[in-house]
Design a protein around this ligand. Structure first.
Ligand code: SF4
Ligand code: SF4
Length: 151
C-alpha cells in the first residue's frame, strides 16, 4: 500500500489553507518585508532533497490544499515503468520521484487536476482518478486489465 507520508518532512502540510484563518493577505505585507522560504543557511539548498530541506512556515510546503480536492490520483506501482512523464507534467510538483523512480503522490499538495493520469503511457494506466474518499487498497483492487490492441 502507498505510504501517504512518503518522503515527508515533519512540517509538510501542517497548515491548512482556509480563508480568514490566521492568514495575512498580500496587502498586509509592508514593502521591504522578507518572507524566508527556509530556516537558517539556505546557500546549499539546491543540493538537498525536498524532505531534507528546512522549510519555514512561509513556504507552501508547510501548507496543505488537500481539502480542495474531490478526486485523487491513485498510483499502481505494479504497472509503472518509471518513465517520469507524470513528474514532468504535474503542475504542482506533487509527484514524488527519487533517482528516476516514481514513488507516489504528495497528497498534501496534489489538487486532483488529472494531468498525471492523462500523460501516463502504460496499459492500463499506472495512475487513475478515484473519489477522494476511496481507500487506496480498494482503488487498487479495482484496477482495469490490460486493453488488447484493436486490429
Ligand atoms: S492530479 Fe494534478 S496535481 Fe495531483 S499529482 Fe496529478 S498532475 Fe499533480
Ligand atoms: S507517467 Fe505513469 S508510467 Fe510514467 S512514471 Fe508516472 S505513473 Fe509511472
Amino acid at each position: 500500500m502507498q505510504d501517504l507520508k512518503l518522503c515527508a518532512q515533519d512540517n509538510r502540510g501542517i497548515h491548512e489553507l482556509e480563508a480568514g484563518k490566521d492568514l495575512f493577505g498580500w496587502h498586509e505585507v509592508t514593502q521591504g518585508s522578507v518572507l524566508p522560504s527556509f530556516e537558517g543557511d539556505a546557500s546549499n539548498i539546491v543540493h538537498l532533497k525536498a524532505e531534507e530541506r528546512n522549510y519555514s512556515d512561509y513556504n507552501s510546503y508547510t501548507a496543505t490544499v488537500a481539502s480542495w480536492r474531490v478526486k485523487k490520483p491513485v498510483f499502481n506501482i505494479d504497472v509503472c515503468i518509471d518513465c517520469q512523464n507524470c513528474w514532468v507534467w504535474c503542475p504542482d510538483s506533487s509527484i514524488i520521484s527519487r533517482d528516476k523512480q516514481m514513488l507516489g503522490i504528495d497528497y498534501d499538495h496534489c489538487k486532483g487536476c488529472e494531468v498525471c493520469v492523462e500523460v501516463c503511457p502504460t496499459n492500463p494506466k499506472s495512475l487513475l482518478m478515484f473519489s477522494e474518499q476511496e481507500e487506496l487498497e480498494t482503488a487498487l483492487s479495482q484496477w482495469p486489465e490490460k486493453k488488447k490492441k484493436e486490429k
